[in-house]
Structure formats: C-alpha cells, structure tokens
Ligand binder design. Structure first.
Ligand code: AMP
Length: 284
C-alpha cells in the first residue's frame, strides 16, 4: 500500500489501476480511523478492485469555535489499519496541496442545508461539498462510499454528484456501533469515562421513538418531546431530535407509509457534539 501526498502522485496511481481495467473505489475520511471507516472500505471492496482512502482533516468544514486544532490526528496507526484492510493507496495531502492561497469561488447549498447539521453548523456542508468535489475530481473513482452516520452529508453529496455530473456511483454504508449502541465516531475520544457511559442514551432515545412510530403513535411531537426531556435529565444538551424527510431534509410531523425518513438527533455532552440517526420506512 502506498501513502501518497501529491495530486499528480495519486492521479498517476489511479490511472495505473484504470489502465489495467480495474475499477476504483474511494472512501474519504478525516483519519482517526475506527471500525466504522473500515466497514466502508470493506463495503467498497465488494464493488471494485482497488480502494483509495483519503485522510485529510478539512479546515473548511470546521467553524471558528469548533475543534479543528483538537481533532485527533493518528496518521501512523491509520496507515497500518488501511494496509491491514487491503487498501490499495492512501491519499494524505497537506492543506497547501488542497487549497490555493487565494480562491475566488464558493459553493452555496440551498434548502438541503436548512435543517439538521446544516442549520446548526454554518459553513459545514459548504466545506464538505468543496473538498469532496475536489477529491472526486482528483481521484475520479467509479464508486465512492460514505457513512449513514452523516446522512445529511450523503444526501447533499448525492445532489452534488447529480447536479455537477460527477461520473461516480455513491454508496451509503450502515452505522457501525459499539456494543452498547453508541455510534462509533472519531470524536468519541473526547468523552470522559462518565460521559461515555451516558452517550448511548442518544441511540436509545432514537430507538424508542422508532418503536413508537412503528407501533402507530399518532402524536410524533409528543413522543419526541418526552425523549428530549429524558435526555436533558441525563445531562445532554439537545441541538435537535426530530424526524426529517430523507429527500428534502425538512422536518415532518407525520410519518407516512412507503416514504423515507431520517429520525435524527444531535446532542452535546459537555463540549462534545454527538450525532446519530435511524432511517425509517414504513410498509403498509
Ligand atoms: P469522518 O472521518 O468522520 O469524516 O468520516 C469518514 C466517513 O466515515 C464518512 O462517510 C462517515 O459517515 C463515515 N463514518 C463515520 N462514523 C461511522 C460509523 N460509526 N459507521 C459507519 N460509517 C461511519
């Protein structure tokens, strides 16, 4: 496995795969790799011959008060994990390689950016769309895999690929969880022992709401309100806990059969922001 840090270097590598008639998959990450990332690599390997992983902590997707400086950087062990997972090449560029000193273009995102994390983190998805747009142009993969953990990201990138005509198939991998239900995340490293014990309550709340919906609960708002109160009592600060349309990322107050919804929550445990979601599709 090669670790490559120049654009020409990774382009040449991908070209060598394609010249041999091999299909190329791509898994973008910010490093601090865990089983969630590895599951996306394994999923990509089902579709393609060679998987490229990028490891890049993208400054453009962090707000001024967010954790860009603190974000865990564990390049050596990340490379070992990629090698063990059968990754063909890692693209690990510096900021200077990815961003020009002076730029003149900015991406704006319309309504898909109004709710969920788009509503809470100004500039977040603009930063993601910018960097993924670049990475897809650099790597030109046949398939790119993203996690359901960041489901709004997936939905926005799906739209980006469609509207900007990227020639790539996007695939969404399921959320990998710890035994107690907590969604794996590089940011879980910030949690204290006590906070780590409380953290799975977000997934428990989402699972409870899902069950209520499946059991035909009429007053969705009330069910959500109860769960918010329970989480607050455990010391979590709620950013949002709602049901959204998968297609439009707008909140709904009713779940209809045969439509796709995202039951999603974002909470703060101390300074650490946790997100999680469950996709809901009722059949009649
Ligand atoms: P990140 O390094 O956090 O930017 O995430 C890189 C990719 O891994 C994104 O597509 C995430 O959605 C995905 N990912 C993060 N956590 C998980 C998880 N627990 N299970 C599956 N995929 C995940």
């Amino acid at each position: 496995m090669e670790a490559i840090n120049t654009i020409q270097g990774i382009r040449d590598k991908v070209a060598s795969f394609k010249n041999e008639g091999l299909k190329v998959g791509f898994v973008p990450t910010m490093g601090a790799l865990h089983e969630g990332h590895i599951s996306l690599i394994k999923l990509a390997q089902k579709y393609v011959d060679e998987v490229v992983v990028s490891i890049y902590v993208n400054p453009k997707q962090f707000g001024p008060d967010e954790d860009f400086e603190e974000y865990p950087r564990t390049m050596e062990s990340d490379l070992a994990k990629c090698e063990a997972a059968g990754v063909s090449a890692v693209f690990a560029p510096s900021d200077a390689i990815i961003y020009e000193d002076e730029t003149y273009l900015n991406i704006t995102i319309d309504s898909l950016n109004t709710y969920m994390d788009g509503g809470s983190r100004p500039g977040f998805f603009e930063g993601i769309v910018t960097v993924v747009n670049k990475l897809l142009n650099i790597i030109t993969p046949d398939v790119a895999v993203f996690g359901q953990k960041d489901v709004q990201q997936f939905r926005i990138l799906q739209q980006m690929v469609r509207e900007f005509n990227h020639n790539v198939q996007l695939i969404m991998g399921p959320i990998i969880r710890a035994n107690d239900g907590l969604a794996l995340s590089s940011r879980n490293a910030y949690l204290s022992g006590e906070q780590r014990k409380v953290a799975p309550s977000l997934y428990r709340a989402l699972s409870y709401v899902k069950k209520q919906i499946e059991n035909g609960a009429k007053n969705l708002d009330l069910v959500l309100k109860h769960q918010k109160t329970e989480l607050e009592a455990k010391g979590l600060k709620i950013d949002y806990l709602d049901v959204f349309s998968f297609d439009t990322i707008a909140p709904v107050n009713e779940v209809k059969p045969k439509q796709k919804y995202i039951l999603a929550g974002a909470v703060y445990l101390g300074e650490t922001r946790l997100i999680d979601n469950i996709i809901i599709e009722l059949h009649d």
